[in-house]
Design a protein around this ligand. Structure first.
Ligand code: URA
Ligand code: SF4
Length: 247
């Protein structure tokens, strides 16, 4: 695949061709209007690296911070690549950064994040010791709306790359959006939660032998904050995961 070019690369290249053409014709440089170029789609780069190997969490995070692959880049304060340990026991996937996450550049640091930390602690999980926490999209959707399918698709290569580096033993999806995105389904969270699925990594062919990863979904902590009646079923889901972790 050809290396992708930024708008700046293209502008410089066009200027070089224009002016050198003028110079070769009659020995004079001319002033001229530079056409307006756009960056090549950044997913190109993101997707390419999945096939390439030699990737790291730091590289991915640095590219997320520069990313303009979807419209969410225009309104974000800070992108939120994710945080936690390498080779985690559980990869915890939320929906998208909220306002606190957007301001601090870290996942799940608001009210829902505090509840998430307590939920995880109840089954001996924590972002400081054995989890990595991230989201299906890395930039905040305005007004906390759901990410669009285009935004989710543009951002998916980052999560795929993170998963390939992290190689989590388990995946825990928080809420409908994460579960639907990871399982490629439009089924409701009420039906998806509380049971194990085999998640087959979307890695390309060089990694065809990658084993399926057990994935379980539960309600999003924000949903628990809105509706306390969901706490009991969420606890059942966490216990289902705990039982599996203990085997
Ligand atoms: N909700 C999410 O889904 N993710 C975050 O990072 C914060 C709140
Ligand atoms: Fe890039 Fe993802 Fe942010 Fe969109 S949401 S700009 S794809 S990092």
């Amino acid at each position: 695949m050809a290396a992708s070019m930024t708008a700046e690369d293209k502008t410089r290249l066009a200027a070089l061709f224009d002016t050198s053409g003028d110079f070769l014709r009659d020995g004079h440089w001319r002033e001229r209007e530079t056409p307006v170029f756009e960056d090549d789609a950044a997913e190109d780069g993101a997707a390419q690296r999945v096939a390439g190997g030699g990737d790291s969490l730091e590289t991915i995070a640095a590219e997320v911070r520069e990313c303009k692959a979807c419209g969410l880049c225009a309104l974000r304060i800070l992108p939120v690549p994710g945080e936690g340990v390498e080779r985690p026991l559980a990869l915890v996937i939320g929906e998208a950064p909220g306002s606190e996450e957007d301001e601090r550049g870290k996942p799940f640091v608001g009210a829902a994040g505090h509840l998430l930390d307590r939920m995880l602690a109840s089954i001996n999980l924590s972002r400081t010791t054995n989890c990595f926490i991230t989201n299906t999209v890395k930039c905040r959707p305005p007004g906390n709306r759901d990410p669009s399918p285009e935004e989710a698709a543009a951002c998916a290569p980052f999560l795929a790359r993170q998963m390939r580096v992290l190689r989590p033993a388990y995946i825990l999806c928080m809420g409908r959006i994460a579960a639907q995105t990871m399982l490629h389904t439009s089924e409701g969270i009420g039906r998806l939660r509380g049971k194990f699925f085999d998640y087959t990594p979307d890695y390309p062919a060089d990694n065809a032998a990658a084993p399926a990863i057990p994935l379980i979904a539960t309600y999003h902590p924000s949903a628990l904050l809105r509706d306390a009646s969901l706490k009991r079923p969420a606890w059942e889901d966490l216990k289902t995961l705990l039982a599996r972790l203990q085997t």
